[in-house]
Design a protein around this ligand. Structure first.
Ligand code: ATP
Length: 329
């Protein structure tokens, strides 16, 4: 349904608001396919490129190189009107903070009508009906149509943002940290809403989050990113113990209560910068299994069924955290 092939995103580095000569390698050689109805969770440390990947997936970020294909059509070869039409009808995005993502001056009715107007969907009466339908889908009363975003609670605002993402009946919704700006008490409600809508509408969902436990619970597939690269894609049911990349194992071991109450697998060594990624494997400066080969060559993708990982020295499937910690000494 949606495919990224060899996608790179390189930014000019900025320091204190001024561009420098340095380049930021925000996304490198990203290959990812999202199938119909699939939920893909994206995890990784801050700055590893998760939001950049999400923006590429919804056509907000043009790759520096590589291809993005929606429903068999290569997005960035299309002229702007066709590209917008393809994006509009294929994919919706839910951003982190609904307070900034929604125009404060527009009532909810207008927020939801906007995409319908821009894409000329239906008659004015049909657009009004669609607004009522969208509010109902996300569990808001019809009266919410008259409210300004500022008059709603954070959770209600995020429901409006979800409704807007669904306005044009996309096949895929990309949610970038959709709950991290919300009160803890409403987070579960928004996650459940997304899962419920996914089931009812047959949507595919790409879900980016720091909350890796939630990602694992919600997803069919877990994608791990490190320093701009996708380093592992594993079926969620094998994660974490069946993960083969040392970084995925370290990331999950740092989540309390997930595997066992032992100390996490410690990561020592230098955290590299996205402006100067190391040679070879990006994780090798912190990896306890790294050797000369890891410094010399970026590991190619290895596949075990639908499980992909980039590592010269993968962890044995099923190895416990304790065994991995003992490897270090
Ligand atoms: N427009 C930009 N110009 C320059 N550098 C950028 C730009 N956008 C992102 N970056 C850099 O690209 C890298 C990846 O950023 P990105 O926001 O995708 O990471 P992230 O994993 O989503 O981080 P977080 O979890 O903190 O949101 C970071 O080093 C970031 O500073």
């Amino acid at each position: 349904m949606l495919e990224l092939k060899d996608v790179h995103v390189v930014h000019k580095a900025r320091s204190g608001g001024v561009f420098s000569r340095d380049r930021v390698y925000a996304l490198t050689e990203a290959n990812l396919t999202v199938g119909a109805g699939e939920t893909v969770g994206v995890v990784g440390e801050s700055g590893c490129g998760k939001s950049t990947l999400a923006r590429v997936l919804v056509g907000l970020q043009r790759p520096t190189s590589g291809t993005v294909t929606f429903r068999g059509q290569e997005l960035w070869t299309l002229k702007e009107p066709e590209r917008r039409a393809l994006i509009g009808s294929s994919v919706g995005m839910v951003f982190q903070d609904p307070s900034t993502a929604l125009n404060r001056r527009l009532p909810v009715r207008q927020v939801l009508r906007d995409p319908l107007n821009v894409h000329r969907r239906g008659t004015p009466a049909q657009r009004d009906a669609r607004v009522r339908e969208l509010l109902d889908l996300v569990g808001l009363p019809p009266s919410a149509a008259d409210a300004l975003p500022g008059q709603l609670s954070g959770g209600q605002r995020q429901r409006v943002a979800v409704a807007r993402a669904l306005a044009l009946e996309p096949d895929l919704v990309v949610a970038d940290e959709p709950t991290s700006a919300l009160d803890v008490s409403v987070r579960a409600q928004i996650l459940n809403l997304l899962l419920d809508l996914k089931e009812r509408l047959g949507l595919a969902l790409v879900f980016v989050s720091h909350d890796i436990q939630t990602v694992r619970r919600m997803s069919d597939r877990v994608v791990t990113m490190y320093l701009g690269r996708i380093v592992e894609q594993a079926p969620a049911h094998v994660v974490p113990l069946g993960a083969r990349h040392p970084y995925t194992r370290a990331l999950f071991s740092a989540t309390p209560g997930l595997i066992s109450p032992i100390t996490p697998i410690p990561l020592v060594g230098v955290v590299p910068s996205a402006t100067r990624p190391p040679s070879g494997c990006p994780f090798r400066t912190r990896c306890w299994r790294a050797d000369d080969l890891c410094a010399a060559e970026m590991p190619a993708a290895r596949a075990e069924g639908d499980h992909l990982f980039h590592c010269h020295h993968p962890v044995a499937a099923g190895a416990t955290d304790l065994e991995l910690i003992q490897e270090r000494v």
